[in-house]
Design a protein around this ligand. Structure first.
Ligand SMILES: C[S@@+](CC[C@H](N)C(=O)[O-])C[C@H]1O[C@@H](n2cnc3c(N)ncnc32)[C@H](O)[C@@H]1O
Length: 160
């Protein structure tokens, strides 16, 4: 029997570079102005087995490149698996405040497409949000106040 294959169009913005020595390791940066809504990359995905992930991948550096991926198991129960993203999706760093990239999962075709959330200026880093539970120290986080500054601030509070 002949199975009809699905054709998945690919698209990558050519105006991107990787910089290798940023405070976040390697990162993706704009080489030119990238207008809002530009498709940055369309990436195929490899969904990992839940047990495969727990027994193996979670104990490797590859785990820090995985995304959550919702699946429905053989009993019809919804579960959270992990997926490896092939392409630039694995290279976008996290920013809490300067997120300028959004992504859409295509669960059926096992793809993720990344788009510019707004105009991105030349030289700007392209960042997604990893959510609230980071497994590393956020290089974008504002520095903690020095203890002497905290005391100075407390001294200035007026209690009426
Ligand atoms: C998906 S990788 C991104 C690419 C990575 N920078 C590299 O050089 O291969 C995720 C890793 O990048 C680093 N990273 C991403 N966002 C960061 C941030 N805001 N601050 C510090 N490190 C970050 C962390 O080491 C994290 O585990």
């Amino acid at each position: 029997m002949h199975m009809e294959s699905t054709r998945i169009p690919l698209e990558r913005c050519p105006d991107l570079v990787i910089l290798t020595d940023t405070p976040k390791g390697r990162g993706v940066f704009a080489a030119k102005l990238i207008p809002a809504k530009t498709v940055l990359d369309a990436c195929p995905v490899l969904i990992l087995g839940i047990e495969e992930n727990e027994r193996h991948i979670e104990h490797t550096s590859l785990y820090h490149y995985t995304y959550n991926w919702p699946i429905v198991n053989e009993e019809g129960k919804k579960q959270k698996a992990q997926a490896i993203i092939f392409g630039l999706g694995s290279m976008f760093n996290h920013s809490s405040h300067e997120q300028n990239v959004v992504w859409d999962r295509d669960l059926l075709r096992q793809m993720i497409t990344y788009r510019a959330l707004r105009d991105i200026q030349p030289g700007e880093e392209l960042c997604i949000s990893y959510g609230d539970h980071l497994t590393f120290k956020d290089a974008d986080a504002p520095p903690l106040p020095r203890p002497e500054d905290e005391i100075e601030q407390l001294n200035r509070i007026q209690l009426d």
